[in-house]
Design a protein around this ligand. Sequence first.
Ligand code: UD1
Length: 419
Amino acid sequence: MEQLVITGQKKLFGEVPISGAKNAVVAIIPAAIMANGISIIENLPCIEDVTCLVNTIKALGAECQFLDDNKLKIDSTNIKSYIATDDSVKKIRASYYLMGALLGRFKRAEVAMPGGCNFGSRPIDLHLKGFEAMGAQVKQEYGIVKLYAEKLRGAHIYLDQASVGATINIMLAAVYAEGSTIIENAAKEPHIVDTANFLNMLGAKVKGAGTDVIKIKGVKELRGAEYMIIPDQIEAGTYMIAAAAAGGDVTVKNIIPKHMDSLSAKLDEIGCIIEEGDDFIRVISTGSFRSANVKTMAYPGFPTDLQPQMTALLCIADGTSTLTENVWENRFQYVNELRRLGCSLTVEGRAAIIKGVSQLSGAEVNATDLRAGAALIVAGLCAKGVTRIGNVKYIDRGYEKIEYKLKAIGADIKRVIKE
Ligand code: UD1
């Protein structure tokens, strides 16, 4: 079993280049299989979720070639299968986008129920209601979602909740529906805009992505395109929080600073100095700060995917902080692991009440999911002594070369095989 081993209390200095966005690429690869032609995806993050999706689309008949670590060529011309039920599909959450993509292209799809991080019930009812509104029949049996439509027609769909997954999935299917689809109360996350931009490069007609009303005019054919994925908002945020926690002076670069507004505001509030340029943010931190209250919300609110990392940071703030999780019902499973490192926090309903302590101490801990793993890294970087983090496979799902990027700014971190 692999572990990340961190010797903490080293200040961080320098620049961290940010990779392409995980939550964009996992929608853009399924979007690419809707085209009749070749797409080239640049700024592709080299992470496990991408490996899984590439294996899945190859099994469907796509020809995939890595032109380098971060550039993927996808030829979707010869895809014949609409059945995605292999093990790779079950490992990641975003395989649900194959439903919208295959339903759009073939008017039928059979996709295994998605896996991914476990933070409570993760329903896909809104995705399925959207497909039904466009004329698809939906059946779920033996862990497989089966979709079939004689004809997909545009529809007016109001989402009960601004779901990222449902917004993108409905957008994918709607691209090939007859007539126009309107999605109201759509989610507005940056990766929704990125997926819509890619679809439009392929020849789709999507308007309004990034607002809460998206309009999609159906088209008959999509061609291939070259596309550059946006930078990862959550990876950037994780390094900003790590820099704040460890102390030092770190610049996260190749980013879209606007995407970071909710986090930058919080880091400023607790006492870090934040400087912003066109495509970078510099975080200067003494390593000591004030407490704060944080509530996770849909974009442009504070992202739930930065909640565990922010919780770890607030564990060493002066005073008591409250972190309220408004998106997922059970996203505090990692707090026991933080306690092993000396954090003092309790969970009451949807909120973590965090009493700041002056020092954390290293221990052996396990990542319970992707961002929980990132939170343990944040805590380990400022803990005294050695922290060993197990279940690294979760962290590898979403962070490219994490130990190299941290080492380059002064962290003492290495990957080892535990006997
Ligand atoms: C996406 C992200 C995930 C992030 C989440 C919220 C990807 C691959 N994953 O997940 O990292 O944490 O957005 O920003 O992009 N809901 C329903 N019914 C549905 C769908 C969702 O009730 O059919 C609810 C969920 O239970 C949750 C909320 O809506 O409470 C938000 O979920 P959603 O935005 O769909 O998250 P994901 O797309 O799964």
